[in-house]
Design a protein around this ligand. Sequence first.
Ligand SMILES: [Zn+2]
Length: 176
Amino acid sequence: MLNLVNLLDDAKCFATVRQLRWPDGVVHCPKCDSGQVTKRGKDDTQLHRQRYCCQNCGSQFDDLTDTIFAGRRQPLRTWIGCLYLMGLNVSNQQIAQELDLNKDDVHQMTTQLRQAIVDNKPEVQLAGEVECDEVYITAGHKGNPEALKKKAVKGGGANSKGFGVGGRSPRKSRRS
Ligand SMILES: [Zn+2]
């Protein structure tokens, strides 16, 4: 039987994410937004996932850092396949069938993808929320922003990550 995910090319899926988050083709650091970035080999298990090092602030990141696709159980091509089917207005049940996943997983994925897309509405709308976000971090994690960051990465929810397109702006609409 034909399986959509098996037909998707890993290299192209990662290229798609790069294109979405860095449309001008210049990789930008998610932390300081510098374009002075060098490649630093590929991920150990995902051979097409490019790693980078920022020459400005020294932070290390990769294609998926700070995107909704980071730290997921399902491989990137499953998510891209899901996104594709969502674009065709396919029901969750049918997506589950096509991707060989259970319906609950698909429900979670489509919900998070939709939320991520909403979170990436034009910058103007986000301006007020960014300020709100700063206040929240300062108040709740006094003097320890690193702890919060780790927590956010671990949690991996759509509410703590951009979708990719917004990867260049560090903090977006986390608290919408
Ligand atoms: Zn940097």
